[in-house]
Design a protein around this ligand. Structure first.
Ligand code: NI
Length: 152
């Protein structure tokens, strides 16, 4: 963490009330922490959108294992892109439904293409990719920041 800067923000009071209610529901007890997380979320979104950024993430898939060939196709795709797959976890939800969560790692563009192919498979009912990066990976984008905090 760098030097602590204090900032003042002019905000519409209704907007601030809505924000406070929202972060209260989420469990924040501290407005500053909620602002910090919002800012990090924006920076992470920006970072993971760069095609050559190295990202980590999860792919969550729901599918019916009776659907023709879906289990085999999912396994085949994961083997074909094994360099992107760190681990997988599988839960049999009921007689038909399977939940599979993959931990993925690699270049943003490759992770996104891979997740797209898994999610778009016939038989996969719902899927979602979440990409993120560790906070220290955001440092090199702070152009006028503090180079002594650079972790790479
Ligand atoms: Ni299953």
């Amino acid at each position: 963490m760098g030097i602590l800067s204090r900032i003042g923000i002019a905000l519409d009071s209704d907007l601030l009330k809505q924000f406070d209610r929202s972060i209260g529901r989420q469990g924040y007890t501290n407005r500053s922490e909620a602002f910090r997380d919002l800012i990090r979320d924006r920076l992470v979104t920006e970072e993971t959108a760069a095609p050559d950024a190295t990202v980590v993430g999860t792919v969550t898939l729901i599918y019916d294992h009776h659907a023709h060939g879906v289990t085999e196709k999912l396994t085949e795709l994961q083997h074909a892109h094994h360099e992107l797959v760190v681990s997988t976890s599988h839960a049999h939800l009921d007689h038909e439904s399977c939940l599979e969560v993959l931990i993925v790692h690699g270049k943003s563009v490759h992770v996104e293409q891979f997740a797209g192919r898994l999610i778009s498979l016939k038989g996969v009912q719902h899927g979602r990719l979440v990409m993120t990066v560790p906070a220290h990976s955001l440092d090199h984008h702070v152009k006028n920041g503090h180079p002594q905090n650079h972790k790479h």
